[in-house]
Ligand binder design. Structure first.
Ligand code: CMX
Length: 441
């Protein structure tokens, strides 16, 4: 039986040959036209990337290799007695494009268990930081400290044939993914739990072990982690964390450098940090109103106040989606099953009843519906994971699955260094006056 690595190589060879043929035959065909407004406004809607692992539809939401989240919940292998998918299975699906058997998912678990030992100097690097350092900053520094282990960097320095890049990127990616839960849990326990660290359990799956090292033994919390790690893993290629990882990787920076760069992007409040902002916003609302479960009228007033102060309503809106995010809906379903009466979860549902109409009334918000970050914090608080500054680290551990599977594909397909053209406003004005072209070499 071929290893996962060998199966990946065979798939990559097939797709490389197919892409070569497609480009030979259709390489000069155009995909859409670019408007000046798109160039100035965040490149929205410009197709310029290939990401094999997932595809986002504005109405339907994310599909991983063609499978929606409810389909993944049905078809991916589960932990014994569990109902949520194992993210190991999702990683296998994103990497190989095939649904895994239970044995395939177990093989991924075993590989990650074997590679999970974190060298001591990584903990020393974390310890060198003030405890007050934001967990995402600690996380990025820990990833950078892990970079000393990069096989890609070592082999490149020795003089690696470009045909072998994918092999070293695969090994680095698997090792990095294997080590992230231990690093993240260490940051959590150091900052919030008096440095009382918990040793890994070599018999648990990746998410179950992560929950254990964080200090949560409740089986339904472990199920939440499996769901959480699955739904946050990938959102096609153009979002800031995925695009940054891909971009930095295109310079042949190794997977540690590339992923750390992506995580710096995830740490922005318009992207992954929104998950901490949502719960902070709800806590502030509760404090200001002095009630546990604000009424819809009170929430509406608070939303208007937020907007009046020139702030965004965190957890709402999206650059691509135009409907409620299915990642929000999956978490809502989890809440209905496991904690239907939880007051904080009920606030999230009330906010959902109120915010879209208010945002629509502004007339400028393209998507008034909730995204993934609107729900996640309330589920975590229910189990006692209340330290919201840590939430984006959880998102980051999950995001590693998608962006690193994609990085394996980038190198296996031999994608080149990324270098789009930029322009100046002076050149735009000249072009508008018919004085010259704004494109060119
Ligand atoms: N609250 C208030 N205003 C909002 C808004 C929100 N939730 N979402 C969009 N808008 C505003 C924009 O700020 C923009 O205003 P200006 O024209 O005054 O600058 C206008 O509506 C148009 O923006 P858009 O085209 O609808 O949205 P963008 O594609 O530019 O931005 C996003 C998308 C996610 C950054 C934006 O909706 C936002 O800031 N949301 C809140 C933060 C958030 O939840 N981010 C997490 C996204 C998911 C993730 O990556 O994890």
């Amino acid at each position: 039986m071929a290893t996962i690595k060998e199966r990946f190589k065979a798939k990559a060879d097939d797709l490389s040959a197919e892409i070569k043929e497609i480009l030979k035959e259709h390489g000069t065909r155009t995909i859409g036209e670019v408007q000046l407004s798109q160039v100035y406004q965040g490149m929205r809607g410009i197709t310029g990337l290939v990401t094999e692992t997932s595809l986002l539809d504005a109405q339907e939401g994310i599909r991983f290799r063609g499978y929606s989240i409810p389909e993944l919940q049905e078809k991916l292998p589960k932990a014994p007695g569990g109902t949520e998918p194992l993210p190991e299975g999702l990683f296998y699906l994103m990497l190989l494009g095939e649904l895994p058997t239970a044995g395939d998912a177990e093989e991924v678990t075993n590989i990650w268990q074997r590679r999970s030992h974190v060298p001591n100097h990584v903990f020393d690097a974390i310890e060198a930081l003030p405890k007050s350092t934001h967990p995402m900053t600690q996380f990025v520094i820990a990833i950078m400290a892990l970079q000393t282990e990069s096989i890609f960097a070592k082999k490149y320095a020795q003089g690696m044939n470009k045909k072998d890049y994918w092999d070293a990127v695969y090994d680095d990616s698997m090792t990095l993914i294997a080590r992230l839960p231990r690093v993240a849990a260490y940051i959590y326990r150091r900052k919030y739990k008096d440095e009382k660290h918990i040793q890994p359990d070599g018999l648990l799956d990746w998410s179950g072990n992560f929950a254990h090292m964080l200090g949560f033994e409740d089986e339904s919390f472990k199920e939440l982690m499996r769901l959480y790690m699955t739904i946050h893993a990938d959102h096609e290629g153009g979002n800031v964390s995925a695009h940054t990882t891909h971009l930095v990787g295109s310079a042949l920076s190794d997977p540690y450098l590339s992923f750390a760069a992506g995580m710096n992007g995830l740490a922005g409040p318009l992207h992954g940090l929104a998950n901490q902002e949502v719960i902070k916003w709800i806590f502030d609302m509760r404090d200001e109103l002095g009630v546990e479960l604000p009424s819809k009228e009170q929430i509406e007033e608070y939303v208007k106040k937020t907007l009046g102060e020139g702030k965004v309503v965190p957890g709402y809106g999206h650059a691509v989606l135009r409907k409620t995010d299915p990642r929000f809906s999956a978490q809502m379903e989890f809440g209905k099953t496991h904690m239907p009466d939880d007051p904080l979860v009920n606030i999230v549902w009330r906010v959902y009843d109120v915010v879209p109409e208010v945002l629509k009334s502004l007339g400028k918000v393209k998507n008034p519906w909730p995204n993934v970050d609107a729900h996640s914090g309330a589920l975590l608080v229910h189990y006692g994971l209340v330290e919201y500054e840590f939430y984006t680290v959880l998102f980051g551990v999950s995001r590693a699955l998608g962006v690193l599977a994609s990085l394996c594909w980038d190198r296996a397909l031999g994608l080149p260094i990324e270098r789009p053209k930029s322009i100046t406003t002076a050149s735009v004005k000249d072009w508008l006056e018919g004085k010259g072209e704004i494109w060119g070499d």
